[in-house]
Design a protein around this ligand. Sequence first.
Ligand SMILES: *Cc1c(COP(=O)(O)O)cnc(C)c1O
Length: 359
Amino acid sequence: MTTVARMIPHSRPSIEYSDIHAATEVLRSGRLAQGPLVERFERRLAADIGLAGGVAVNSGTSALEVALRVLDIGLGDEVILPSYVCAAPWLAVQRVGATARLVDIEPETYNIDPDAARRALNPTTRAIIVPHLFGLPADLTALEPLGVPLIEDCAQTLRALEQGRPVGSVGRLTVCSFYATKLLCTGEGGMVLSRDEALLDQARALREYDEGAALTPASTNVKMTDLQAAIGLAQLDRLPSSLERRLELARNYTAAVKGTDLRPPVVPAGRSHVYSRFVVRVSGLRHEPDALNDVMARFERSGLHCRKPVFRSLHRYLGLHGFPAADEAERTALSIPLYPGLNDDEVAQVLALLRGARA
Ligand SMILES: *Cc1c(COP(=O)(O)O)cnc(C)c1O
């Protein structure tokens, strides 16, 4: 018997027989492109969130771009977004020709700081992109009264509650991603959702280039295929049980880091966490740029592939300053593998490593 631990990847898509069966059925049907399953996936996810409908597209990035276009945002308009997020929301703002106004995050939750967003408001502000990071809702209650349309970015968070409301049900528009590492994974894919049918009609007109009532120069081809929708529907059936498993793992991880140099995720009152990522704070790190890399390297040598949950804050790419909470997150936040596909041996290995974790 070998005692060498195998590498536990940071994430792994959960593909089960039902996904394979659903995909095979589509391949046999001869109908591969956007069709009835895309429509069913849109209806099912919209109903799950509590919205009127959805418009499936080829990625979360496309969904963000379509959402901005539907709100008629473009040149001369500003869109507020947090600096501590992947590049997709910033890119979507660039694609429509608007200006991205970066703001800092709440230090404890990693989500957009509503006070910072309020201070960034000005007459050209047309929307706030609100990512719910790592499975925890942003403070929608504080963001709503700012009076600017919210685009909820649910790429990392579904079914979590904020003051009893499901994420995605509050904003003017909501976007999702079904990239391989997300809660629902179809390889690539995304969706724009809303309670406003008129906005959904506009989104539908933007995702395809043909057979519109008129030529729409902003239209493009960002459609999803029935092959992906079939997998998405199978995954949606499993979402409740996979979220339950994530919660159970998160409870065990949280108990394991007690008394170590790792602080578990904070869940403020009135919000629930679905742990699409388990992001810990490493406390007591040396104030050197690669102190966190050393911790990651140690885990790596023990067979655990951890990652910085955001590769680099947007303000650092852009050479901007004044984002202390994002800087601190980048310096100290570490994402520990947590997903339903971990087997019992792997979970035991993670727990053992967490119990012994030091900065
Ligand atoms: C993944 C992600 C996106 C982009 O989605 P893609 O499908 O990869 O284009 C946007 N926002 C957030 C918060 C994400 O996590």
